[in-house]
Design a protein around this ligand. Structure first.
Ligand SMILES: Cc1ncc(COP(=O)(O)O)c(C=O)c1O
Length: 403
């Protein structure tokens, strides 16, 4: 599962044992979308109402406005709305020419859709391990892999901007150019993130975004989009998302039904106006965690119980997730849950060990960094409206666990 568990809004009950930690009991959810909704309720209701009044639910002005606005925001020539981030990856790969029998290089440490979309495009996934400091695809390992063996079938590279931080697009871009590979970004977690001032969505031939409700830019259901500055790719995307058809009932190829619907686009149009501020607020919350964890002696120095991820100086990180690492992850997670703090593990099983992908021939030990990350990462509560007292409670509870 991805961040889906965060949609369970049942209030968490802090255990009465909170008193034993000396920390006053409260609850801090992993994500509270209701607080975001409270900030934009009237705008969203007006926008949805306008769609209801128009009775225009498929394509139409809301979708066109969103596509123009999102393209402008990321700095791409075109944005093609679609039904989900999963579809967006498949559409992007297919529109960039990935065909059955091709190979696509990606990371073993991502949500399942990254790899299932490669398989759905008919291609084979070639995996390379992650950088232990950022948990993104390790460019040095990719280079080593290319030195050892380079398959002429390798057509594309699919870096994932995990947790909202861009992968090393300088090094990966160079490697892709040297080997004539197309880059498709899995930017599902990275709307507004940037590398050297260029936003995710412009760092390859095409980029896939997810607007699943828990994402930093989110719809009221499933939605996604692909951005590109290649007009041919954009045309093909528009065709593929709509049954391979440009003129109704005339089909040029096999596509699918993966349209962005007008109600989702109306919600996204409202949120697009706020996303820059919300991303800034997430960055401020992340800086607060860094400060509070360091002050509590939990992270930020040698010999502390938690290890933090490195933020590359080139990256504008939008902290879709704030993740810490500890060998005591499962016990810490249970302790936090018992004290009312929501957390999640993204991801407990690396892709090469997922049951349907065993046929790729990888096994335990194939990608040690990804396997280690799967054992020790923990995402803490993170959303724009999180308050400092809530963050202090999270940090105090972690400190109580390690005391
Ligand atoms: C890295 C990554 N890729 C792809 C997806 C798939 O997006 P969706 O859930 O919108 O299909 C997600 C999110 O769920 C994701 O986090």
């Amino acid at each position: 599962m991805d961040d889906r568990i965060a949609l369970d809004f049942r209030p968490m009950t802090p255990s009465p044992t909170s008193a034993s930690t000396g920390v006053s009991a409260r609850t801090v959810p992993l994500l509270d979308l209701r607080r975001q909704y409270a900030r934009i309720r009237e705008e969203v209701r007006t926008a949805i109402d306008a769609v209801c009044e128009s009775q225009h639910f498929i394509f139409g002005p809301q979708v066109e406005t969103f596509e123009r606005g999102a393209a402008k925001f990321v700095g791409a020539e075109a944005c093609v709305g679609c039904a989900s981030g999963t579809d967006a990856i498949w559409l992007a790969l297919a529109a960039c020419g990935v065909e059955p029998g091709d190979e696509v290089l990606t990371t073993p440490f991502s949500f399942f859709a990254t790899i299932s979309s490669i398989v759905r495009a008919g291609a084979r996934a070639v995996l390379v391990d992650i950088d232990p400091d950022t948990l993104n695809l390790d460019a040095t390992a990719v280079e080593a892999r290319f030195r050892d063996s380079f398959s002429p079938r390798l057509k594309a590279m699919l870096p994932v901007h995990l947790y909202g931080q861009c992968a090393d697009m300088d090094a990966l871009g160079r490697l892709a150019a040297d080997h004539h590979l197309v880059i498709v970004e899995d930017a599902a977690q990275a709307f507004g993130a940037a590398w050297r001032g260029r936003r995710a969505g412009t760092l390859g031939r095409a980029a896939a975004f997810s607007f699943y409700p828990t994402k930093n830019l989110s719809a009221f259901g499933d939605a996604g989009c692909v951005t590109t500055s290649d007009p041919q790719v954009a045309d093909r995307l528009r065709r593929l998302r709509n049954h391979g058809s440009e003129v109704r009932y005339y089909h040029e190829e096999i596509g699918g039904n993966s349209r962005l619907d007008a109600i989702q686009a109306a919600v996204l149009n409202v949120k697009l106006r706020h996303i820059e501020q919300w991303n800034e607020e997430r960055r401020a919350r992340a800086a607060t965690y860094d400060r509070l964890l360091a002050k509590a002696g939990l992270a930020g120095a040698a010999q502390t119980p938690l290890r933090l991820l490195r933020t590359s100086p080139e990256a504008y990180h939008i902290y879709h997730q704030y993740v810490v690492r500890t060998a005591k992850r499962d016990a810490l997670r249970k302790f936090l849950a018992d004290h009312g703090v929501g957390t999640e593990v993204y991801y407990p099983v690396p892709l090469h060990l997922q049951a349907p992908l065993r046929y790729f021939g990888y096994g335990e030990g194939s990608f040690p960094e990804s396997e280690r990350a799967a054992r020790d990462v923990l995402a803490l509560p993170m959303f724009a409206e999180l308050t400092e007292p809530e963050q202090q409670y999270v940090v105090d509870t972690i400190a109580a666990f390690f005391s």
